[in-house]
Write a protein that binds this ligand. Structure first.
Ligand code: AMP
Length: 587
C-alpha cells in the first residue's frame, strides 16, 4: 500500500508540474536569480536584483563553455568566492563534451543531487503504468564508476554518474521494491572495470530467474556486458559450479559480499555452459534471463546505431529510453516509455532548471551576438514540429548556457512540450561516451600525416565511419594517399603507427574509452585506391548534389557509399597499441 501511494504521488507530481509549465519556469528563474543575485557572474550584467524574465533575457548573454572557461578555471584553481553560485561548489562534474581535448568541467552544488534524485524517483512509477509486476523481482543493471581526479584547488572532478553512485542518496537508498538491483553496491563502487563487470555479471547469472529488466545507461554499455559474457562465461560457470570466486577478483569488499551470495550450483553452471558454448548467441538475453520484460537502455541519439544488435541479442525486447539528462542539468523523462525507439520523446520537466530554446535551422544557422542577445523561446512557447537548440540556466549558476543538443517538438503532455532528441551539434563520430568533432578529426589526420612526409606521401582525401558491427566498436578512417615516389611507399608499419598517432590526438574521453573502459576498439585506417573520392563525388552528383557545392562528407554511413569505399580498399591498418591516458588533466 505504501509503495502504491508512492507511485501515485510521483505520477501526480508529474501531472502537476506539466500542467503549470510556464508558472513553474518563472518561479525557477526567480529562485535561481535571487539565490545567485550576489554572484560575480550575475553582477556583471547589472540585473540589480531583478528576477523577472524580461530583464534576464535583455541583459544576460547566451554563452558556450569556452566563454565560461576562464571563470571555471579560477574555481578549479581554488577561488572559493561566489563566482557562479552563492552556494559552495561541491565538486566538478566532468562532461563527455570536450574543450581543447579535455572533458568540460561543470561546477555543481550539493542541492543538485536532490534534484537528480527526484528525477530518478519518477522513472519507475512511469514504467509501472505500462509494465506490471516490476516490484516483484530485480534489475540487472550494469552500473560503473570511473576514475576521479582533484583540481589544483582541491575539488573533486568526476562524471555525474560516478558522483551519484558514490553519494549517500544512492548508497544508502531506502528499500524500494521497484529498484532492487542484482548488483551489490560493492561491485558498482569498484573502480576496476573488470572486477566490477565480472561481479555484476556473476550476480546477474546467480539471480537469473529474478531478473525482470536488463540494462546499462547507454546501449553500448549493455553490449559490452554481452561481449564480456562471451569472453568470460567459462570462468563464471566455474565459479558457480564450485562456489568459489575467480582469484582475479581481489577487491576485499567484493570478496566479502560475494561470500554471502556465491554458493555451489552445478545445475546453473551446466545451464550457462550449455547456453554460452555454442556459436549461436541470438536471443541470449532472454535465454539466460527468461523473465526480462524490457531492456533498460538509452538508444536515442548516437546510440541508435546499436538497435539492430540489441534486437538480435534480446529477440526484439522493448527498449524504453527512460530519461534525458546531462552533467549540467537533468532535463526530463519519457512519459511513453514503451514507444518504438524512433518515436521516443522526452518531456522536459519545468522544475529542473530554466529552459530556453534557440530556433534551429541547419541551412540557416543563427550567429549569436553578445551585444544583443537574441530573444529565445520559452519552454511553454515552443511550437510543434520545430527544431531548437537547448539553452539552460541552472541552480548551480550556469546562465543561458548552450548544451549543444538539437531537439524537435513532437507534442505536449498537458502544457509541457515533448521533444525528440535529434542530435548533438558538431559530433562526427561516437562509439560510446566519446564525441569527436570535425576539427578534432582533421587535427588527428594532420598529425598522423606527419609520419608520411618522409615517404613524400600525403593524405589527399579522407572520410570516417563509426563501425559498431564488432564489440567494442571502433573508428574507421578511409584515406586516399598521394605518393610522389611509388618506389618508396610508406610501409604497413608506418601506416599502423599513423592509426596510433591519430588516437593520441583525439580527446581524453576517446582515449579513456580505449584505455580504461575498453569501450572503443583500435582505430583502423583503410587506404583506398586513387580516384575513389572522385567516384564518391560522381555518385553524390548522380543523386542530385550540386557540383559547385559538393563537399567530401567527413563521416559516412549510407550503405551504397560504404560499399563503394570498401570495394576500393587496398590496405587495412590498425592501431598497434593503446594511446596514452591517465585520469589527470593535461591542463
Ligand atoms: P554528458 O555531458 O557527458 O553528461 O552528456 C550529456 C549529453 O548526452 C546530452 O547533452 C546529450 O547530448 C546526450 N544524452 C543524454 N541523454 C540522452 C538521451 N536520452 N538520448 C540521446 N542523447 C542523450
Amino acid at each position: 500500500m505504501a509503495v502504491e501511494s508512492e507511485v501515485a504521488k510521483a505520477l501526480q507530481f508529474i501531472e502537476e508540474v506539466t500542467r503549470n509549465t510556464d508558472p513553474t519556469q518563472q518561479k525557477v528563474l526567480a529562485e535561481i536569480l535571487s539565490q545567485n543575485a550576489q554572484t560575480e557572474y550575475l553582477k556583471r550584467f547589472e540585473l540589480n536584483g531583478a528576477t523577472d524574465r524580461d530583464t534576464f533575457k535583455s541583459k544576460v548573454p547566451v554563452v558556450t563553455y569556452e566563454d565560461l572557461q576562464p571563470d571555471i578555471q579560477r574555481i578549479a584553481n581554488g577561488d572559493r568566492s561566489p563566482i557562479f553560485s552563492s552556494h559552495p561548489i561541491s565538486e566538478f562534474l566532468t562532461s563527455s563534451g570536450t574543450s581543447a581535448g579535455e572533458r568540460k568541467l561543470m561546477p555543481t552544488i550539493s542541492a543538485e543531487m536532490d534534484r537528480r534524485q527526484l528525477l530518478y524517483s519518477l522513472l519507475m512509477p512511469v514504467m509501472s503504468q505500462f509494465v506490471s509486476g516490476l516490484d516483484k523481482g530485480k534489475a540487472l543493471h550494469f552500473l560503473f564508476i570511473k576514475a576521479e581526479t582533484k583540481t589544483p584547488g582541491g575539488l573533486v572532478a568526476r562524471p555525474v554518474l560516478t558522483s551519484y553512485y558514490k553519494s549517500e542518496q544512492f548508497r544508502k537508498r531506502p528499500f524500494d521494491p521497484y529498484n532492487v538491483l542484482t548488483s551489490p553496491n560493492e561491485a558498482i563502487l569498484c573502480q576496476d572495470s573488470f572486477q566490477s563487470m565480472y561481479t555484476q555479471m556473476l550476480c546477474g547469472l546467480i539471480m537469473r530467474h529474478q531478473v525482470l529488466r536488463v540494462g546499462a545507461v547507454f546501449a553500448s554499455g549493455l553490449l559490452r556486458a554481452i561481449r564480456f559474457l562471451q569472453l568470460n562465461w567459462q570462468q563464471l560457470a566455474h565459479d558457480i559450479k564450485t562456489g568459489t570466486l575467480n582469484p582475479s577478483i581481489t577487491d576485499p569488499s567484493i570478496k566479502q559480499c560475494m561470500s554471502n551470495i556465491l554458493q555451489p550450483d552445478p545445475d546453473l553452471a551446466d545451464f550457462i555452459t550449455n547456453e554460452c558454448s555454442g556459436d549461436n548467441w541470438e536471443r541470449i538475453i532472454v535465454r539466460i534471463w527468461p523473465n526480462t520484460k524490457y531492456l533498460d537502455v538509452i538508444v536515442t541519439g548516437a546510440m541508435a546505431q546499436y538497435i539492430p544488435t540489441l534486437d538480435y541479442y534480446s529477440g526484439g525486447l522493448p527498449k524504453p529510453c527512460t530519461m534525458y539528462a546531462s552533467s549540467e542539468c537533468f532535463f526530463g523523462l519519457n512519459l511513453k516509455p514503451m514507444s518504438d525507439p524512433s518515436d521516443v520523446s522526452y518531456t522536459i520537466l519545468p522544475n529542473m532548471g530554466y529552459f530556453e530554446f534557440l530556433p534551429h535551422d541547419d541551412s540557416n544557422p543563427i550567429t549569436l551576438s553578445k551585444d544583443s542577445p537574441p530573444r529565445l523561446v520559452d519552454l511553454a512557447d515552443v511550437e510543434l514540429g520545430k527544431f531548437y537548440e537547448l539553452i539552460i540556466t541552472t541552480y548551480s549558476g550556469l546562465c543561458r548556457y548552450r548544451v549543444g543538443d538539437i531537439l524537435q517538438v513532437t507534442g505536449f503532455h498537458n502544457s509541457d512540450p515533448e521533444f525528440r532528441f535529434v542530435r548533438r551539434k558538431n559530433v562526427l563520430l561516437s562509439i560510446d561516451a566519446d564525441k569527436t568533432d570535425e576539427a578534432e578529426l582533421q587535427k588527428a589526420i594532420e598529425n598522423a600525416s606527419e609520419l608520411l612526409k618522409e615517404f613524400n606521401t600525403s593524405v589527399v582525401e579522407y572520410t570516417s565511419y563509426a563501425d559498431t558491427k564488432s564489440i567494442p566498436g571502433h573508428y574507421v578512417i578511409y584515406w586516399e594517399l598521394l605518393m610522389k615516389d611509388s618506389s618508396y611507399r610508406p610501409t604497413s608499419q608506418v601506416l599502423n603507427q599513423c592509426c596510433l598517432v591519430m588516437e593520441e590526438s583525439l580527446n581524453s574521453v576517446y582515449r579513456q574509452g580505449r584505455v580504461a573502459d575498453n569501450s572503443i576498439g583500435p582505430l583502423e585506417i583503410r587506404v583506398v585506391k586513387n580516384g575513389t573520392f572522385e567516384e564518391l563525388m560522381d555518385y553524390a552528383i548522380s543523386r542530385g548534389a550540386s557540383i559547385n557545392q559538393y563537399k567530401v562528407p567527413r563521416c559516412v554511413s549510407f550503405t551504397p557509399i560504404m560499399e563503394l569505399l570498401d570495394s576500393r580498399v587496398v590496405s587495412v591498418h590498425f592501431s598497434p597499441a593503446a594511446p596514452h591516458w591517465t585520469p589527470e588533466r593535461r591542463r
